[in-house]
Design a protein around this ligand. Structure first.
Ligand SMILES: *Cc1c(COP(=O)(O)O)cnc(C)c1O
Length: 387
């Protein structure tokens, strides 16, 4: 076969995205200019939040959220083990300790049960934040997690790096991830594999004006301009970072955001095509479960494979897929097992994260794919498993 290789994910950059960047390069401000505010306003409007603060990447967004909350050394943050490293690392950036929550091995999501179990491991330490992840684009049970966090005296911060455009219905009508109905802040990433891309880029949304102000301050060195001083005066009451997103990338973000509905529709159509194409590979291959309240914009096409029953290990399947032109990726190696965290905390028993890790594999999914590409990837998986 001579068809192009299908990576597990990739950006969709079109001529008008390129034109938007070129225009931004000709403007007066390459950074800290008016396009930043325009991107933030459009993003806030799109997800239904009062405030959006653009920043350098999704990791910076998480770090800024911890700084804005004032999380202190020795305090505790709960994060799921099945996520990208950054969800947990942001707690360590501010000196806090991580308690890893388990996940439901069918969906990969933190649940009220797994959060409840993690809460018991916090002990008498001060819990400040709970950081659920909308893995693959599927929404966690926000009202239930928010209630548990509130009862424990902690704040909910959503890691929505996978979930731009996802909506939910918990029985009170449609809600959008990032609208802040259940959480203090929500973070997003615009890494090329995510739903919209700026190369590097991130956003934090919130409905709390004080948090928005603190996010902006920490994004730019911790600098403030008190009203009492002369025009040139600035002060740094707390130390911050340079986590700004330049106007060049905000212009790309604006252009990409305008296409979100089309990208979302494409992802939904391709995920549905996978559903049909993979039906013949059951029960060896099963799509990750989607909770009933979730209306995802699918970010990852993660399937759960019974490698033992197939008589092949994951590396062999990944290699066989690659040989047939299909990329794949493991989302994720449990973060609590990473050497840094294992050295610091030991390795907790998280059977859900282990079961998910033993079976998960993400297949190619991005809007530029066709239904024929889906058939090719699904067919390659069948062959790779000897079906
Ligand atoms: C991509 C990702 C991040 C980090 O985003 P970057 O923009 O790459 O820094 C954080 N959390 C999750 C779940 C992610 O997938």
């Amino acid at each position: 076969m001579s068809e192009a290789f299908l990576p597990y994910g990739r950006q969709t950059i079109e001529e008008d995205d390129i034109a938007a960047v070129v225009e931004a390069l000709r403007a007066d401000f390459l950074t800290t200019g008016p396009t930043v505010g325009r991107f933030e306003a459009a993003f806030a409007e799109r997800v239904g939040a009062s405030h959006a603060v653009a920043c350098a990447n999704g990791t910076a967004a998480l770090h800024l959220a911890m700084l804005a909350l004032g999380v202190q050394p020795g305090e505790v943050v709960i994060a799921p083990s099945t996520t990208f490293l950054a969800t947990a690392n942001c707690a360590r950036y501010v000196g806090a300790e991580v308690v890893f929550a388990d996940i439901d091995p069918a969906s990969g999501l933190m649940t009220p049960e797994t959060l409840g179990e993690a809460l018991m491991r916090v002990g008498d330490r001060r819990l400040r934040a709970v950081l659920p992840v909308h893995l693959r684009g599927d929404a966690v049970d926000l009202p239930a997690l928010a209630a548990l966090a509130r009862d424990a005296g902690a704040v909910l911060v959503e890691d929505a790096a996978h979930a731009l455009g996802t909506t939910m219905d918990f029985g009170d009508g449609a809600e959008t991830v990032g609208d802040g109905r259940h959480s203090a802040m929500t973070t997003f990433s615009f890494h090329p594999v995510k739903t919209i891309a700026t190369g590097e880029g991130g956003m934090v949304t919130t409905n709390d004006p004080d948090l928005a102000e603190r996010l902006r301050t920490f994004r730019s060195h911790g600098m403030v301009r008190p009203e009492h001083g002369p025009a040139w005066w600035y002060e740094m009451p707390e130390i911050g970072f340079n986590y700004r997103l330049p106007d060049i990338l905000c212009a790309l973000g604006l252009s990409q955001l305008a296409k979100l509905d089309r990208f979302a529709e494409g992802r939904r159509r391709l995920a549905a095509a996978y559903g049909d194409a993979l039906a013949g590979l059951a029960p060896l291959v099963q799509a990750a479960a989607s909770p009933p309240w979730s209306r995802p914009v699918p970010h990852l096409m993660t399937v759960l494979i019974d490698f033992e029953a197939a008589g092949r290990d994951r590396s062999q399947v990944i290699e066989a897929l690659r040989a047939r032109g299909a990329g794949s990726q493991v989302h994720y190696i449990p973060v609590h097992r990473q050497p840094y965290y294992a050295d610091r905390y030991g390795v907790a028993m998280l059977p859900g994260a282990e079961a998910w890790y033993a079976r998960c594999l993400s297949l190619p999914l991005y809007p530029a794919m066709t239904e024929a590409d889906v058939a090719r990837a699904a067919g390659a998986l069948g062959e790779a498993l000897g079906l």
